[in-house]
Design a protein around this ligand. Structure first.
Ligand code: GLY
Length: 358
């Protein structure tokens, strides 16, 4: 089974399939034929899949796993490896792994010799439904996540759901967090026709956990159709694209405070969405029935709200929220539900947020 999508911004295709790994290897070879390549791959993914892909060591850079590896040291390592292997501006980098590898390789590709092509082979659910598409690239510094980064679109994205068979449950759930986000923003995305993603997720969650191929491909397809619609309208996040940050104001603060060790990104996003729904209901932006249905959807997919007080005191959470790229002098920005499957940007002062966090 195969689904093809196109992104106008950057003019590239996304293939979502359950093809064999032999077929995937052929597709990558076809796409990059005649060019030098640098595969940047996570150690875990390399160990799991080296026998399937028979990588040429001359084309390979293996990096350790984990968000803390999305750093300056590994960025320079990619740049130097590309240089040592003689890659020119006409050659190509291949990000083969999860979101960390994708963001890091994309950032290196966007700056290597002022920019060379890269393609994304996402191997986690999170990177399949979010970070491999849309061209956000970045590295983290100790002060915060994604502080140095660029908008730089890949030349192709090959999504193969067979990689998910070896994904740990916690990582699978992380992807689910971002998938839920699309259910809550569908109307605001402005896709040409309704896909009823909220309803679809409500009905199909069992099949999803059973690894049903058709369901998985459809969920990735719907998520990306919504994301692509947004990215095509606002690549550089001047307006509409901010809606993709539902749940992220709190998520980034939680991830940084806990040094990326306690929560996966998707989990942190879900906690951020619980807070967003809570604020929206208290502020009268949504009615009780939609609030309940949304909380129930998150709960039916295995998520529970978090006692924030157990992670950090409110003042500390606010300090970290203020470091977010989206924060301004006037206050901290939240994307909040404001109607069924609709969201909008709202700014709150520190005092107001303190009330919400109590
Ligand atoms: N992950 C949010 C975005 O791509 O804009």
């Amino acid at each position: 089974m195969k689904q093809l999508l196109h992104v106008d911004v950057g003019d590239y295709d996304i293939e979502i399939s359950d093809n064999s790994f032999d077929e995937l290897k052929l597709s990558i070879d076809d796409f990059t034929s005649g060019r030098k390549r640098l595969f940047v791959i996570s150690k875990k993914v390399y160990n799991l899949y080296k026998k399937h892909f028979n990588f040429n060591k001359e084309e390979l850079l293996i990096l350790p796993d984990g968000e803390k590896e999305k750093n300056c040291k590994n960025y320079i390592k990619i740049i130097k490896t590309a240089l040592n292997k003689g890659l020119t501006r006409h050659d190509v980098m291949i990000a083969f792994g999860g979101g960390v590898i994708g963001d890091l390789t994309g950032f290196a590709a966007s700056t290597y010799m002022r920019g060379i092509d890269y393609i994304q082979i996402p191997t986690t659910l999170l990177s399949m439904v979010d970070s491999s598409v849309g061209g956000k690239t970045a590295i983290d510094i100790s002060e915060g996540k994604n502080i140095a980064g660029t908008f730089y679109q890949p030349k192709a994205v090959f999504i193969n759901i067979n990689f998910l068979k070896t994904l740990e449950r916690q990582q699978f759930n992380s992807g689910l967090g971002e998938i839920l986000k699309y259910a809550f923003i569908e109307t605001s995305c402005g896709y040409s026709k309704p896909v009823f993603f909220f309803e679809f997720l409500t009905l199909c969650c069992e099949k999803f956990f059973e690894f049903d191929t058709v369901t998985l491909i459809r969920i990735i397809d719907y998520s990306l159709k919504l994301k692509i619609t947004v990215v095509n309208k606002d690549e550089k996040e001047n307006g509409l694209r901010k809606i993709l940050n539902l749940g992220h104001t709190l998520a980034h603060a939680l991830e940084t405070i806990t040094k990326y060790k306690k929560f996966t990104h998707g989990e942190a996003v879900v906690y951020g969405m619980f807070l967003a729904f809570n604020i929206a209901f208290r502020k009268g932006l949504i009615n009780y029935s939609y609030y309940r249905l949304s909380v129930e959807l998150m709960e039916s997919l295995g998520f529970k709200n978090l006692n924030l007080g157990k992670v950090a005191e409110p003042g500390k959470i606010i300090r970290y929220m203020k470091r977010d790229k989206k924060a301004t002098q006037e206050g901290i920005t939240f994307i909040l539900p404001c109607g069924k499957k609709q969201v909008k940007e709202v700014k709150y002062s520190e005092d107001e947020i303190l009330e919400f966090l109590k």
